[in-house]
Design a binder for this molecule. Structure first.
Ligand SMILES: [Fe+2]
Length: 568
């Protein structure tokens, strides 16, 4: 039985499952080439159906990641803001009225829209709660029979944080935190205060920058902005830092008095900005640790599942793993809203229809793949000269190129679901080179100097690198690199001595594992620098996207399946 899940506003995506197994999952942005695509995921749905070789008539259920009629709370928040300040009230109402009429109520028409665009179907359409979709996206594919579940983001319909207990097919709610108290909105507002763009997903930049600073403003954030409210709750004071005003780069006098003027996007980054980032990051981490410790006490479970945009904060995740009593973790790699499309489909399959759970998500390779023949055709069409080599020749040759300093565009297999490139649509480079991070950030990816770059390593090598075993196939936790190892791999160790590794398994990505092994044989370093294959646009999806990026960007060689193109 086929079930389709949909995410339709920001980070639009579609996922198709069959009897609980993931058949296909992809973000709309990879097809539309518009980052964080907001709107109905037409292309992603089309791709999912094509991957399965089915039509809409074969789909039994469709799940949407939102209950559009839960809008009362938003209206109440707008009224409450009116009591605080007319400016805040206008900001909320402007946006609220537009969202409700354009987006939320429009969702009620989706069943008709599906039939209009994809043909007649007998599917049942389900509107599902946003945070339950996040929770399902992690727990139901975690492989854990029981687990505590934390989901946190900017906001769902009205909920910003949900703690639940997963038990086989059921997800039971334990504690819900609602707007305006939101960890995601807190972090996004700080993102805009620092002159970045929350709508572009610039929260990564705050996290990267935080490592350079000292938490000088910790007390301000911890005592005035994001404060504890009992052991299992928190309070965000929107009179001091309001997300809706921050969206327009407007900030309260209270925050300006303590932190100074917000940074303009073109303004130089100074130590003060690093310190603000470090302070906000630490308050987020400490709040999360307090709540997760409560969740552990409440459930007595040893397994923890997490999802929601805040669960992409890999530094916070690293601290949760090392500083709370939970013993095992599953963090959904598509932790942002794209992953809700998977959660919606899983909720229907297991929680509503009570089908048994069969699948553990061990990798994220659920997007489009292209054969070597298709890649060769795209290369011929582009008039690029290429060699075609079997893996036994190609992989040692690519490893040698990397060891000699080349930056490679590496394209193979099915595209990753979620924001991370995990060795199928990646730029690869030598982690031993001091200058590689600056080179990649400034010459290839055309982005800020302070963005950290991460390693893909053989899963067998983690104990050597971190001084303890570690497993993270999804590159979603940051941990400290053993001091003896740091000097050997400067390009993938952040300024604070940490790294965000992907542990690569021979089972789930044998070709990538083999390439890293070839590099290890040459250099004694069991890892490659891995960053997503894109320049200021969504990660490449098709051979055509990869070739276009190769033509326009400044890197040395392109590998499309078994074809090698050398630059220059
Ligand atoms: Fe969300």
């Amino acid at each position: 039985m086929y079930i389709l899940g949909l995410t339709t506003l920001g980070d639009a995506a579609a996922t198709l499952i069959s009897d609980g197994a993931i058949v296909a999952a992809a973000e709309e942005e990879r097809f539309s080439r518009v980052k964080h695509h907001s709107g109905f995921p037409y292309e992603a749905v089309r791709y999912c159906l094509k991957e399965a070789g089915i039509g809409i008539g074969d789909v039994a259920h469709i799940g949407l990641y939102w209950k559009p009629w839960v809008i009362g709370h938003k209206a109440f928040q707008a009224l409450r803001s009116g009591l605080i300040s007319p400016q805040m009230f206008r900001a909320r109402m402007d946006r609220g009225v537009r969202e409700i009429s354009d987006s939320y109520l429009g969702m009620l028409g989706y069943p008709g829209l599906m039939r209009k665009h994809f043909g007649p179907g007998k599917f049942r359409f389900h509107f599902l709660e946003h945070h339950r979709c996040h929770a399902a996206s992690a727990f139901l594919v975690s492989g854990f029979p029981r687990a505590a579940i934390a989901t946190w983001d900017g906001t769902g319909e009205d909920t910003t944080t949900l703690f639940s207990l997963g038990d086989d097919l059921d997800i039971r709610m334990l504690k819900r935190i609602k707007l305006p108290h939101s960890l995601g909105q807190f972090y996004s507002a700080v993102t805009n205060f620092l002159g970045f763009d929350m709508f572009a997903g610039d929260e990564w930049k705050v996290m990267g920058l935080a490592a350079y600073g000292e938490p000088q403003y910790y007390d301000f954030f911890a005592q005035r902005v994001l404060t504890p409210n009992g052991s299992n709750d928190f309070h965000l004071d929107i009179r001091v830092l309001d997300h809706h005003l921050a969206k327009r780069y407007k900030f309260s006098d209270a925050i300006k008095k303590d932190l100074g003027a917000p940074r303009r996007p073109e303004e130089e980054l100074t130590k003060k900005h690093w310190d603000i980032a470090a302070s906000a990051q630490k308050v987020l981490e400490d709040t999360a640790l307090r709540l997760i410790n409560w969740l552990h006490g409440e459930t007595g479970e040893e397994n923890l599942c997490m999802a929601g945009g805040v669960a992409l904060n890999s530094v916070m995740n690293g601290r949760i793993m090392t500083e709370t009593p939970f013993k095992r973790y599953f963090i959904q790699p598509a932790a942002g809203d794209a992953g809700c499309s998977l959660g919606a489909a899983l909720l229907i399959c297991h929680t509503l229809l009570k089908q048994p759970r069969r699948v553990t998500m061990e990798h994220a390779y659920f997007g489009p793949g292209f054969t070597s023949v298709e890649c060769a055709a795209a290369l011929r069409e582009s008039d690029l000269k290429f060699e075609t080599l079997p893996d036994r020749e190609l992989l040692p040759r690519v490893a040698r190129l990397i060891a000699d300093g080349a930056i490679i565009g590496w394209f193979q297999g099915r595209m990753e679901f979620g924001p991370r490139a995990l060795g199928c649509r990646s730029f690869l480079a030598d982690p031993r080179r001091n200058d590689m991070r600056e080179l990649l950030n400034s010459k290839v990816k055309l982005r800020e100097w302070f963005r950290p770059l991460a390693p893909s390593m053989l899963e067998e090598a983690t104990e050597k690198i971190f001084g303890k075993p570690h497993r993270d196939p999804f590159m979603i936790t940051v941990l400290s690199v053993a001091e003896t190892q740091r000097a050997a791999i400067p390009a993938v160790v952040h300024v604070d001595g940490t790294a965000r590794p992907q542990t690569v398994s021979k089972k789930t990505n044998p070709r990538y594992w083999q390439l890293i092994s070839e590099f290890d044989k040459l250099t004694g370093v069991p890892m490659l620098l891995n960053t997503s294959f894109n320049v200021q646009e969504p990660i490449v999806c098709s051979p055509k996207d990869a070739i276009k990026t190769f033509r326009n960007a400044n890197f040395d060689a392109l590998v499309l399946e078994n074809h090698l193109v050398l630059g220059g």
